[in-house]
Design a protein around this ligand. Structure first.
Ligand SMILES: C[S@@+](CC[C@H](N)C(=O)[O-])C[C@H]1O[C@@H](n2cnc3c(N)ncnc32)[C@H](O)[C@@H]1O
Length: 252
């Protein structure tokens, strides 16, 4: 029985790896998926087009309620963040969309744990594909590590070279202690006037993936009066984006 299960798991892993090699295996940094996606990106004339493209591309589709992420993007587009840290990239949907509203010379960090819970991270084979998201002068950094490790924090600091973040987007470990640790470790890297956004602040049904971000959010919103909740439907049972405006974090 155990041998049969191991066999099935091996076959699944092998199949996933083969599909990744077929789709993303790069020939001189250009993958089949990359060439296709790049053509479609070039045809996008507006942010709405980019959102449509992301949701219409099976392996990029953001794990977000469309109206909610669109509202957050609208909020960001006005100030065009220059430095972004995303914890939790998975299929790259939010990474792509954030790159669309970032400044033309932005530095964007994708931090994701290979095989991590709540999405499973991404294969290193996908990196050339994700690099395509960067516009001409943008730079995307890929840190495939556990966000909770001190050495990972050090890597992020090295990338930032003393500069502060305009946006910290937390969508990684969704357990109460996991998301709390992300907030506690990285909020000090956000500049005064910057934003900290959490995904999945809505109460999550126990039958779902067990997300507990809402528990932390309930605590944080009491401490940080300058916040906003972007929620399409209070009864949706997942998603919802909570934003803290970092004008008072320094007093905490
Ligand atoms: C829900 S997915 C992110 C979805 C993505 N933001 C989107 O909307 O398209 C969560 C990701 O967090 C990653 N993750 C979980 N725990 C992590 C940890 N401790 N450090 C870094 N990444 C983690 C998982 O590997 C997964 O890819």
């Amino acid at each position: 029985m155990m041998e049969k299960t191991a066999n099935v798991m091996f076959k699944k892993k092998w199949l996933r790896q083969s599909i990744n090699i077929f789709l993303y295996g790069s020939i001189k940094q250009r993958s089949f998926m990359g060439i296709l996606f790049q053509k479609k990106v070039n045809r996008c004339g507006s942010l709405q087009d980019c959102v449509r493209l992301a949701y219409g591309t099976f392996n990029v589709k953001p794990q977000q309620v469309r109206e909610e992420i669109t509202e957050l993007l609208g909020m960001l587009a006005a100030d065009k963040p220059k430095r972004i840290l995303e914890i939790g990239t998975s299929g790259g949907g939010t990474l792509f969309l954030l790159s669309r509203v970032a400044s033309s010379d932005a530095s964007i960090i994708s931090l994701d744990l290979p095989g991590g819970s709540f999405g499973g991270g991404y294969s290193s084979l996908k990196i050339p594909f994700y690099k395509i998201f960067a516009t001409q002068h943008q730079k995307i950094h890929f840190v495939r590590e556990d966000s909770h490790l001190p050495q990972t924090f050090q890597v992020i600091q090295d990338i930032l070279k003393g500069c502060k973040l305009d946006l910290l987007f937390i969508d990684g470990d969704h357990t109460y202690h996991g998301v709390k640790k992300d907030f506690e470790m990285y909020n000090g890297l956000v500049k005064k006037g910057g934003l900290i956004a959490f995904h999945d602040i809505c109460y999550t049904h126990e039958t779902a993936c067990g997300g507990e971000v809402y528990k932390l959010w309930r605590e944080l919103k009491k401490c940080y009066p300058h916040h906003e909740e972007i929620v399409k439907n209070r009864k949706q049972g997942w998603a919802g984006i909570g934003v803290i405006f970092n004008d008072n974090l320094s007093s905490k």
